[in-house]
Design a protein around this ligand. Structure first.
Ligand code: NAP
Length: 247
């Protein structure tokens, strides 16, 4: 084992689920590198919160849609500088609308950020982790990638694609000691779901056996488990954290 800092890289770690995942992995002893795109002040708040508890964190403005910038980030900040132990592919967006009226750019943007961006991070991470012969990758997919959802064809296609990517990468990377799993949140209370109309939330709750929306902490606990010592023999799995909404 090297003396380099043991880093967990969390994309979209400045808000919502990613923020809580970043804080949890820092509490578990990782130096956390988090990415964001538009709100540096939010990212710096997360860094400050982690440091206030004695942890280590750095924030990087890095658009998941910019593959050249992602490659440069790995070359400049990761390769030879840290030991990359964990990648959490969390950054994600929605551009909802019924399929018949969906704009091509809304389809393209969601696939670009939610699927192609994950591929770019996974590809770069796998080169580094492959050399280390050790690593954990957790992709944040969604319950709607498993079930489908009217008005989210782009998002569901990207999230279902991410499950296929997870399983293929798990098979390719297992021989190098790297596990690749997905966590599929149900409906979690974040900025992303705060936009949903009251009626939609009520109809969601009616479909959730555990009768409440999930919290970011529920997702962070699942990610921490898959990144932790107890999950070394688990790969290619999709762990649903959804209150029983999809079984
Ligand atoms: P959120 O509150 O909207 O936060 C999104 C995070 O991703 C922010 O940190 C944002 O950074 C970052 N981000 C967005 N676009 C980016 C880009 N192009 N490059 C880099 N970072 C980018 O979302 P959330 O609800 O926490 O969702 C996190 C993940 O869980 C997503 O993949 C989402 O699809 C998935 N998920 C969420 C739910 C749910 O109910 N909330 C359910 C299932 C799955 P900025 O602040 O800089 O924009």
């Amino acid at each position: 084992m090297s003396d380099l800092p043991k880093v967990a890289l969390v994309t979209g770690g400045s808000r919502g689920i990613g923020r809580v995942v970043a804080e949890r992995l820092a509490a578990d002893g990782f130096a956390v590198y988090l990415t964001y795109v538009s709100r540096p002040e939010e990212a710096e708040k997360v860094v400050g919160a982690i440091e206030a508890k004695g942890g280590q964190a750095k924030a990087f403005q890095l658009d998941s849609g910019d593959r050249e910038a992602i490659a440069a980030f790995f070359k400049d900040e990761i390769k030879g500088k840290v030991s990359l132990e964990v990648l959490v592919n969390n950054a994600g967006i929605t551009r909802d609308g019924l399929m018949m009226r969906m704009k091509d750019e809304d389809w393209d943007k969601v696939i670009e950020i939610n699927l192609t961006g994950c591929f770019a991070f996974l590809k770069e991470s796998s080169k580094i982790m492959g050399k280390q012969r050790r690593g954990r990758i957790v992709n944040i997919t969604s319950i709607v990638g498993q079930m489908g959802n009217a008005g989210q064809a782009n998002y569901c296609a990207a999230k279902a694609g991410l499950i296929g990517l997870t399983k293929s990468a798990a098979r390719e990377l297992a021989g190098r000691g790297i596990t690749v799993n997905a966590v599929a949140p149900g409906f979690i209370e974040t900025d992303m779901t705060a936009e949903l109309p009251e009626k939609v939330v009520e109809s969601m709750l009616a479909q959730i056996p555990l009768k409440s929306l999930g919290q970011s902490e529920d997702i962070a606990a699942a990610v921490a488990f898959l990144a932790g010592p107890g999950a070394g023999y688990i790969t290619g799995q999709v762990l649903g954290v959804n209150g029983g909404m999809y079984m």
